[in-house]
Ligand binder design. Structure first.
Ligand SMILES: Nc1nc2c(ncn2[C@@H]2O[C@H](COP(=O)(O)OP(=O)(O)OP(=O)(O)O)[C@@H](O)[C@H]2O)c(=O)[nH]1
Length: 211
């Protein structure tokens, strides 16, 4: 069965069990692990070795199966370096979801989250899905940002939060699944389904023995 979907003034056939491509943008300071998170999610591997900073922006596509619905994600891996900021500003407007990362071993990357949030509020769509991720949770010896600090900040700004690790894979699939579920829910507008991103994340984190 097919439904008609309007794109501008053009009608395009879209199977009902497929959600149109959604853009997910990864943002945060340089070195927090955006590229590694994406590679872990896409390829199930960890990019060990020397750190090569992203130049401008990179794209990867992934189709997720969410409750028997295909959700096509185009994931934008942005450069965290200040000098590329004007390039990334141009992409915010078309992002349906943003994953904002800090590095639990880097206090400055956590302190900069408020500045990132201001930037997101300035450039992104008001209704874009937003989630805060404290990455490198595997690096227990080098940790300088407590999980509770991340939780507190996320609560203050009303955004869902979880810690992740691109190295171990902790919560990587879950973070993208949560976003994909929310995007699917918004896109399908199914009144019988009462999906709440924050509740889903909280439930999954409790199920994983966290918090
Ligand atoms: N221990 C640990 N190291 C990580 C993790 N994720 C990334 N790293 C390391 O952190 C460094 C930076 O990772 P990237 O993914 O390139 O960082 P980025 O945020 O994409 O950086 P920019 O492209 O400059 O914005 C690399 O040396 C990675 O190996 C993680 O989950 N745990």
């Amino acid at each position: 069965m097919n439904s008609f979907e309007t794109i501008g003034s053009v009608f395009k056939l879209q199977p009902v069990n497929t959600v149109q491509m959604r853009n997910v943008m990864l943002v945060g300071d340089s070195g927090v692990g955006k590229t590694c998170l994406l590679v872990r999610f896409k390829d199930g591997a960890f990019l060990a070795g020397s750190f090569i900073s992203t130049v401008g922006i990179d794209f990867r596509n992934k189709v997720m199966n969410v409750d028997a619905v295909k959700v096509k994600l185009q994931i934008w891996d942005t450069a965290g370096q200040e000098r590329f900021r004007s390039v990334t500003h141009a992409y915010y407007r078309d992002a349906h979801a943003l994953l904002l990362l800090y590095d639990v071993t880097n206090r400055a990357s956590f302190d900069n989250i408020q500045a990132w949030l201001s930037e997101i509020h300035e450039y992104a769509q008001q209704d874009a899905v937003l989630m805060l991720l404290g990455n490198k949770a595997d690096a227990t010896h080098d940790r300088v940002v407590k999980r509770e600090d991340g939780e507190r900040l996320a609560k203050e700004f009303g955004v869902p939060f979880m810690e992740t690790s691109a190295r171990s894979g902790l919560n990587v699939e879950l973070a993208f699944t949560a976003v994909a579920k929310e995007l699917k829910h918004r896109s399908m507008k199914d009144p019988s389904e009462n999906f709440k991103l924050q509740e889903y994340v909280n439930k999954e984190m409790r199920g994983a023995g966290c918090c």
